[in-house]
Design a protein around this ligand. Structure first.
Ligand SMILES: NC(=O)c1ccc[n+]([C@@H]2O[C@H](COP(=O)([O-])OP(=O)(O)OC[C@H]3O[C@@H](n4cnc5c(N)ncnc54)[C@H](O)[C@@H]3O)[C@@H](O)[C@H]2O)c1
Length: 257
């Protein structure tokens, strides 16, 4: 049985509650998946691992590279392969990354140091850019990278303090986890995905997708902005990671030849 698990599927789910947990539940209902959860919440993580079949918990703060890489290494060694990683650990920020330092008389001070562990909303755009930048070169190695962008979803992240900042319009948690599992499976029944605007992406092209999920359950593929003109495309297309990877590979091939 364990050989079958190794060959088929092996996710790492970063989360002990909310979106990650709902995905772990869906995948653990399939007998050929083994789940590894990495979370800073030791008590919650252990509880989830006890409740779900074929699930192991690794206690780690994902901002600590050594702890994170050790957890990955242990998970990898347990089965010999990783088939899916859902990287979603995050806390809702309590302070504001942009808040100015209150002036004290004439004194000018630098802005207050942000609490790096809780910067969440402020850095989401960076996560999207990273996904788009690595998706093409990773695809060449057989790794598909995609992102989901759900609207406000009722999870343990959304407490009363957060609710005060948003209109109470929620995305169904089940719709979010269903979307993630379809991204893993290559769409519905492996036939690709179609968004609410009618854009169809076949399973072979399901990489580099940013899938926005609205409160009414609609899903939208959100494309990167076009370059403004050919000059910008030439300049910034050439520093695109996928372009760089091609150049690096060409350079390596030339140096060997
Ligand atoms: N809930 C929403 O409305 C919503 C909407 C869009 C995006 N998201 C994003 O989805 C992700 C998950 O959110 P959720 O709503 O499921 O929240 P959640 O609070 O239910 O789960 C977050 C989990 O991440 C863990 N965690 C946080 N920081 C960690 C760290 N440094 N190391 C290890 N574990 C850590 C927490 O312990 C918790 O189990 C977050 O990144 C959030 O920004 C959530």
């Amino acid at each position: 049985m364990s050989r079958f698990i190794c060959a088929d599927a092996y996710p790492i789910i970063h989360r002990a509650h909310g979106i990650g947990l709902s995905i772990a539940k869906r995948l653990s209902s399939r007998a050929d998946w083994t789940i590894h959860i990495i979370d800073i919440n030791e008590e919650g993580g252990k509880e989830v691992a006890n409740d779900l079949p074929r699930t192991t918990f690794h206690h780690a703060n994902v901002t600590n590279y050594k702890r994170l890489s050790t957890a990955f290494q242990n998970a990898f060694q347990a089965q010999g392969q990783l088939d899916f990683i859902f990287a979603n650990a995050g806390f809702f920020e309590r302070g504001s990354f942009y808040s100015p330092q209150p002036a004290e008389g004439e004194a000018v001070s630098p802005p207050p140091e942000p609490e790096m562990i809780t910067i969440d909303l402020s850095l989401k755009d960076g996560a999207l850019g990273l996904m788009r930048n690595i998706a093409k070169p990773f695809r060449a190695d057989g790794i598909r990278v995609n992102a989901i962008c759900p609207g406000v979803t009722r999870t343990s992240l959304i407490d009363d303090q957060v609710l005060d900042r948003f209109p109470q319009i929620f995305v169904e948690l089940e719709r979010v986890s269903e979307t993630v599992v379809q991204l893993v499976d290559g769409g519905e029944k492996g036939q690709g995905m179609t968004d609410a605007w009618g854009t169809h992406v076949p399973s072979a092209k399901m990489f580099g997708l940013a899938v926005e999920i609205s409160d009414n359950g609609n899903r939208y593929f959100r494309d990167q902005h076009d370059f403004a003109d050919e000059g910008m495309k030439t300049v910034f297309g050439s520093v695109d990671l996928s372009g760089n990877m091609e150049n690096i590979l060409k350079d390596e091939a030339n140096s060997i030849a």
